[in-house]
Every structure is written in C-alpha cells, then in structure tokens.
Unconditional design. Sequence first.
Length: 192
Amino acid sequence: MAEVVGQLSGIAIARLIGAGRTVADEQPFAVTIVRMSEHASIQVRCADHVGFAVASLDEALRFWLDGLGARLVRTGEMGGEFLGQVTGAHGAEVRTAIVSLADQTIELLEYRGVDRPSAPAKPFDPGFAHLALVVNDIDAVLARIAIYGWKAQGTPQPIAGGVRAGTRVIYVVGPDGATIEFMQPPNAVRAR
C-alpha cells in the first residue's frame, strides 16, 4: 500500500538531484512522491556475517586465527531438520566456528554427509562471492598467507581511476577455493 505525501515540479527535482541543467532547459512536469507503508516495504538493518564452507575447520581456523589474526568467538555443531530447512543440506551435519576480524564476523562451516562439487567456483561463475579486506601492506599479507596454502591469482594491481585510484588489489584463493580480495589504499601506513 502506498501513500501519496506530496508533489514536486520538474524544476525542484532538477535542483534536488543536481541534474546539471539550466533553468531554460527545464520543462514543467510533476512527480508524485510516494511513501511505502510498513506493510509493503522491508528494511535491511545491517550485514551480520560472511560465511565460508571449508573442507577442514581445523585448517581454516589455523589460517584465520594464526594467518590473519582473527579472534575465535565460538565453535559448535548443528544438523538435522534445522540445517536442512535453512541451507538445503538435508541429512548433513556441520561443524562451525565464528571468528571476528576487523569488526567483521566470519562463519566457517565444515559440512559432512553431503556431496561436494569436483571443482570450486571461479570469479566469473554466477553466484560466486568474495570478501574484500583492506590492509596496510599487501605484499606482507601475501607472504604471510602463502604459508597457509592461499595463492595470489596474479600480482597486486593499482586501480587506475575513480575514488579508489592507486589502491592496490589482488584476489587470493585458499585451499578450499574460497576467495578473499586484499586492498591496500595508496595512503596505507606499512608496518616496519
């Protein structure tokens, strides 16, 4: 259900949105401003966490805790009807760990009792997702995470233009096929 709350002329709208038009360019027209009722709208309050399915929870924890310095929040296990209904992984069991890194919550999930695809998804596959982390020294991060089996997909490249011009970026892929993008802003202070 929508409720009409007012109208604006084309001139007022052009000024509100900074359309770059002159007064002479403006044609008279009216726009109805509509507010959606609470029954017809949704509100996303925040992003809660990012989840990664992993082959080995123990190896994943080694990478996130020792490699990146995350903090372990909790571990657990789940399965049964709840897991099947939420994830579609009917009949599976899962070991979980929640870690915290740079004010982000990361959920690690080791599923058991389900068939897995033979090859991990690639960045160009529909449905592929990655997590981007901003770091001060991308070269030091790459050297550190290589110890844990994570591989850079090339060499860090600077973004050529726009608001992130000069930011160096690189995708790295872990042993399970998970991808993290590391980003080093041009003004990052490297540790000495």
